[in-house]
Design a binder for this molecule. Structure first.
Ligand code: GH3
Ligand code: MG
Length: 345
């Protein structure tokens, strides 16, 4: 690794030592800038901005070498600093290295032999460290990208089931803490098997992409999201949203899909592709179970399918029909829940 075109800031208060070290450095081909103490060195470091290495004496007036290193490290400057001193105390050497010096060199009779190799080694180490930091940054960026991709459904480009599981879990805990409602919306394309059989799998895929986009377009708030839950089943999550809000969103979803006007000759209920939607809303409490809410949305969807498809049902509708089928205390329990907008799970 060539090092002799480096720019070195030499900080030394003793004129004799300064010119001796300057000669060693320039003879080796280094570009040298001189300073007489730490504070002058700092000024030069920031005004010249292309200093590669600082070589500094330890004891100097105004700002000594240790203070210079500490100031630079406090400001997160990574420039290597070699301390060149006559102080042989191990304690001082250890303190200096701990403060962020790259090397601690003694000004003794071997200085001419140790000085230049130390500069080379320090530079090599600095470059390797820089490379390592760059690799770590690249790795972190790639990991983030991989994580982002692992949350996306490759066909439709919207979030996938994995994302739903992770984020829904977090949202569930949050709304439980904050005592606010949460709604989920399950959406399933009607007669999609027939669509696939008639138009082919590729057209089926195209339809899924259009439907996914139309569903996403129905969301208005930043915390809401929609994910592909299974083959032709999607799930929307609306934190802080009561049943009324969820119904509005589900209505928009239905209209958006209607407006796509994707021909579906084999559908029993429309000329175009339609969806059935199940909504469940709850004010989760401690010990409430998320899977219970999902099951309620699933049941509401099932009820929408059984009642003719292309419609929206909610867990509240389910309870209403259960009330009419129940009697006695069960009926009272359900009707009490009906008085509120959402169920307490
Ligand atoms: P229903 O109205 O009761 O929902 O009936 P359906 O035909 O929509 O439901 P069913 O569960 O019988 O069929 C779902 C179909 O979705 C079957 C499967 O081939 C199709 N499907 C699932 N994933 C994909 C996919 O990634 N691409 C395509 N093209 N089709 C898919
Ligand atoms: Mg279906």
């Amino acid at each position: 690794m060539p090092t002799n075109n480096l720019k070195i800031l030499l900080v030394e208060d003793d004129p004799f030592a300064r010119s001796m070290l300057e000669v060693i450095l320039t003879t080796e081909g280094y570009n040298v800038t001189l300073a007489e103490n730490g504070s002058e060195a700092l000024g030069i470091y920031y005004s010249e901005s292309d200093i590669d290495i600082i070589v500094s004496d330890m004891n100097m007036p105004e700002m000594d070498g240790l203070e210079l290193i500490r100031t630079l490290r406090d400001r997160e400057e990574v420039v290597p600093v070699i301390i060149l001193t006559s102080n042989r105390e191990i304690k001082v050497a250890v303190k200096t290295i701990y403060s962020g010096a790259s090397a601690y060199l003694l000004k003794d009779e071997n200085i001419e032999d140790t000085f230049i190799p130390s500069i080379r080694k320090t530079w090599e180490h600095h470059m390797l460290e820089k490379e390592k930091q760059q690799l770590l940054k690249d790795l972190e960026r790639k990991n983030k990208e991989l994580e982002r991709l692992s949350y996306l459904d490759p066909l439709t480009g919207i979030s996938n089931r994995r994302y739903f599981d992770v984020v829904m879990g977090q949202e569930w805990r949050r709304v439980t803490r904050e005592k606010v409602p949460i709604s989920i919306i399950m959406i399933d394309i009607d007669y999609f098997k027939l669509y696939n059989d008639f138009y082919g799998h590729q057209e089926g895929d195209r339809c899924l992409k259009l439907v996914a986009k139309a569903l996403g377009d129905a969301l208005m708030r930043p915390g809401d999201f929609v994910a592909r839950y299974g083959g032709e089943e999607f799930i929307g999550v609306l934190p802080n949203s009561p049943l009324r809000g969820a119904r509005e969103v589900a209505g928009r979803m239905q209209i958006n899909i209607e407006e796509l006007e994707i021909l579906h000759e084999k559908s029993d209920i429309s000329d175009y592709v339609t969806v059935s939607i199940g909504i469940a809303c709850a004010f989760p409490e401690q010990n409430s179970i998320l899977s219970e809410l999902i099951m309620q949305a699933d049941k509401a969807l099932y009820s929408a399918k059984n009642n003719g498809r292309n419609r929206i049902h909610s867990n509240k509708d389910l309870k209403r029909s259960q009330v009419s089928q129940n009697s006695g205390s069960e009926a009272i329990k359900f009707s009490m829940e009906l008085n509120s907008e959402s169920a307490v799970l």
